[in-house]
Design a protein around this ligand. Sequence first.
Ligand code: TRP
Length: 454
Amino acid sequence: MAHDYKSKPRDTFGSKFGIIAAVAGSAIGLGNIWKFPYMAGANGGSAFLLIYLVFLLILGVPAMMAEFTVGRKGRANAFTSFANLTGGSAWKWVGMMGILSSFFIFSFYSTVAGWTLGYIVRTFTFTDPTGPFVQPEGYFAQFSASGWLPVLYQIIFILFTALVVKLGVTKGIERTTKWMMPVLLLLMVIIVIRSVTLPGAAAGVSFLFKPDFSKVTIDTCLNAMGQAFFSLSLAAGVVLIYGSYVKSTDNMMTSTASVAISSTVVAVLAGLMIFPATFSFGVAPTSGPNLIYVALPSIFRNMVGGQFFALLFFILLSMAALTSTISMLEAVIGFVSEHFHISRSTAIWLSIAAVAIFAIPATLSFMPEPMLLPSWLGGKTVFGTLDFLTSNILMPAGCLLTVLFVGWGPGRKWFRDEVTNGGTIGRRWYKPLEFLLKWVTPVLVAVILVWGVL
Ligand code: TRP
């Protein structure tokens, strides 16, 4: 099983832009638009941005290259790629950790993604006195706790994801992300222009760009590190399986750089969308996770053209989430269909049925008295447990092992060849990359892991 992998025909991305759109689509998600702004807000504005950029370079880029090369060389889903490359050794379980991460992330990410659909629908009844734009706080609390409605939106979101993945890599994933990512950028630019032209917006712009190093603590650095890691969708079998659809002649170094840059640009644009508006309307920029579902709706309500901009905003948010969930599902069904030799469609139906078992309780975690897991499993809600399990344990551990595999393990034998396409491209980047991958990245990821478990 592990020997004939090179002879099988495999769907490949049709163009360089297609690869970048798909991987950037995965990377750019709620993490950039929702989490980055409020983290930057609480951690010294552009001081946080600077630290984040450093970690992106010394942690994110090398780890992403490691995953890309395992996928491109292994030519399969995360589990089978590791198996192919090591003659079926235990390394394949590192791949399995990634696939499980995608499976569990999909389960709780779809909760938040479903909310965005609910908010899109609500922009059509913008002035409803009980709706989110008139009563942001009350509405969010009531909507997220209402049980069946968010579950319905979540299921719709999962089905949308399944529909795209079902069409395949080129016709589904590549074609969808290729138009969605530019549209997303365009919508963001439109909202940024609206936001920075509000009265008093300048204070928000300088909040984002004026570094406040007095707010920088060890925690800031750890947060920036975690964010650099999370925002590139590492260790979820995603970059790995997308890498397996990349032709062996493509330059993975420039693709990785493009993804890292676009993800950062979107995070900064998200800050430029949000902070000028929050300052203009006197909303606290550090209001945390509620920023998007509570603070922003109240701002839209009071802004000229607010209904239109609210609609654009929630559409862009759901597109950003969709291009991420597509990648999670692909990582899962790529494994299910290849490993069990069943069709992609069957694999998709089986997988989303299994996802629903976790996803629905994740959404119901926001009910007034949610089910809590037994204390030996942490005693949290299903949503909280899935988040903790993936963000704090599975992904950092999986990333650490992947980086070690390539830097010190069996992967080191061919890593150079993969990065430089057999010595033909980017040779001067190789040495610094190898150095980071061996000595710096594993240490940083180990720090994330230890910090996350404690
Ligand atoms: N990068 C995604 C975001 O910013 C979140 C994410 C983390 C993710 N791990 C992933 C998305 C794995 C897809 C697959 O929102």
